[in-house]
Design a protein. Sequence first.
Length: 157
Amino acid sequence: MATDEQKKVNQYRLMSMALTGLASGVWNTLGDSAFAFSGPMGNQILGTMEREMGLEIAGESPVDVMVEIGRIFVDEFGFASNITVEEVGDEHFEIRVHNCINRRYTDELVAAGVEKPFICPILNACQASLRRMNFRMREDVEKWVEGNGSIITFKGI
């Protein structure tokens, strides 16, 4: 019989397998249109950050909000070692996720056929905040080998 620690590992593995199967099925069916599911995921994450972690969006600049979202992912969730946000042009933002704990899982998603990790919680939370501030953006995410993470970009439509 498994120890309590082994059970926790197996629970994580089971949830990971279920999520991978779901994400793969959605991507294989919808392709880039799978990003439509990012909105509800991002809204849920953003709501939790506002209710439980002090995130404020109203009256703030997009960069300031995304910097604070990054800080929460680093300090409260331990999701990455650092997250930087840069405005690289008019309504064009770049987020660099350093040492993402989800990097290996994202590679598993890609191996399962998910070309773009539309379930990325950082991408989804930032996208939800931008929508809340009335920015219409196109998102992209790519693997960042040197930083052991991802580069997320948002460009105005």
